[in-house]
Ligand binder design. Structure first.
Ligand code: ATR
Length: 269
């Protein structure tokens, strides 16, 4: 469920897995305007659905209509999946953090104890990512956002390992980082590019962009040229979907090279 929804890759992704695992079922895009979200969610049990993923702009609002929420959803303040429970209630979860961490772990040699992380952006995606970095014990997290008050809110919420850093200082904090993550919309097709100077970044630091259209953003190209290991944003989309597929269709699906190529082709169209 999203508004709009036609751009979503999730139906393509889940249908790929349904076919691969021979599961009889379907996964449909629902265009739901904000004022119809409550009814759309509350009707799920009686319509026989197992659940839905929710995306922009519903991730925060959908929480209000859930009867239970998992811990990441409560901390992040947003859900990305809502399942119908056995008793006909609605259970909200947030798997964005799992998707982010698994993408990083499968896509690089990064380990949480390697050193500080620099997170660019302080929106919803950043919140899920900072929460997961805190959870796995990253020693220090610098949150750097154009609107400083949003970084401060996030840093205050997630505790003393987090430091709100001014947008102007984004180059200066790179020196000790072992991980740099872009969670802003900068670099996305149709958006301005991310201006950042990687000179001070150690060449062992992993650079991850959660933007996946285009897959090779200017940030990733610059990081590659600087000698850094890079992780693109497509994997986060793929890995966050696995728990949903398992919950609704009974199989924990794999993120195979074939799946990546298939989704990449769709992105190129
Ligand atoms: P999401 O939920 O996907 O994270 P969001 O809440 O709209 O989306 O957040 C978008 C992020 O991109 C924010 O950190 C935003 O910075 P602001 O908080 O200052 O708005 C960042 N962003 C968007 N356009 C930007 C720009 N031109 N320069 C710097 N940061 C930008």
């Amino acid at each position: 469920m999203g508004w709009p929804i036609s751009h979503s890759l999730s139906p393509t992704l889940h249908r790929y897995w349904l076919k691969e695992y021979g599961v009889v079922g379907d996964y449909l895009p629902f265009a739901v305007p904000p004022d119809e979200l409550e009814a759309a969610l509350r009707n799920l049990p009686s319509q026989g659905y197992k659940g839905v993923n929710v995306t922009v702009p519903h991730k925060e609002n959908a929480m209000k209509f859930c009867d239970e929420l998992d811990e990441p959803a409560q901390r992040v303040g947003a859900v990305n999946m809502v399942s119908v429970t056995e008793s006909g209630g609605l259970a909200g979860r947030n798997t964005d953090g799992i998707g982010f961490l698994e993408n990083l772990r499968f896509g690089s040699k990064w380990q949480s104890g390697d050193g500080p992380a620099v997170v660019l952006g302080a929106g919803g995606a950043s919140r899920a990512i900072v929460a997961s970095l805190v959870d796995v014990g990253v020693p220090a997290i610098f949150i750097c956002n154009r609107t400083h008050s949003r970084s401060e809110l996030l840093a205050d919420f997630f505790g003393k390992k987090c430091t709100a850093t001014r947008w102007l200082d984004r180059n200066a904090v790179l020196g000790d980082a072992s991980l740099l993550v872009n969670t802003t919309s900068l670099g996305m097709l149709g958006q301005p590019s991310l201006e950042i100077d990687l000179s001070d970044l150690s060449s062992g630091a992993v650079v991850n962009d959660i933007v996946y259209a285009p897959l090779e953003t200017r940030l990733l190209a610059a990081a590659r040229a600087h000698g850094n290991p890079v992780v693109d944003g497509l994997g986060m989309l793929l890995y966050q979907a696995r728990p949903a597929f398992q919950t609704w269709f009974g199989v924990m699906p794999e993120v195979s090279d074939g799946l990546r190529r298939f989704i990449q082709k769709k992105l190129d169209h």
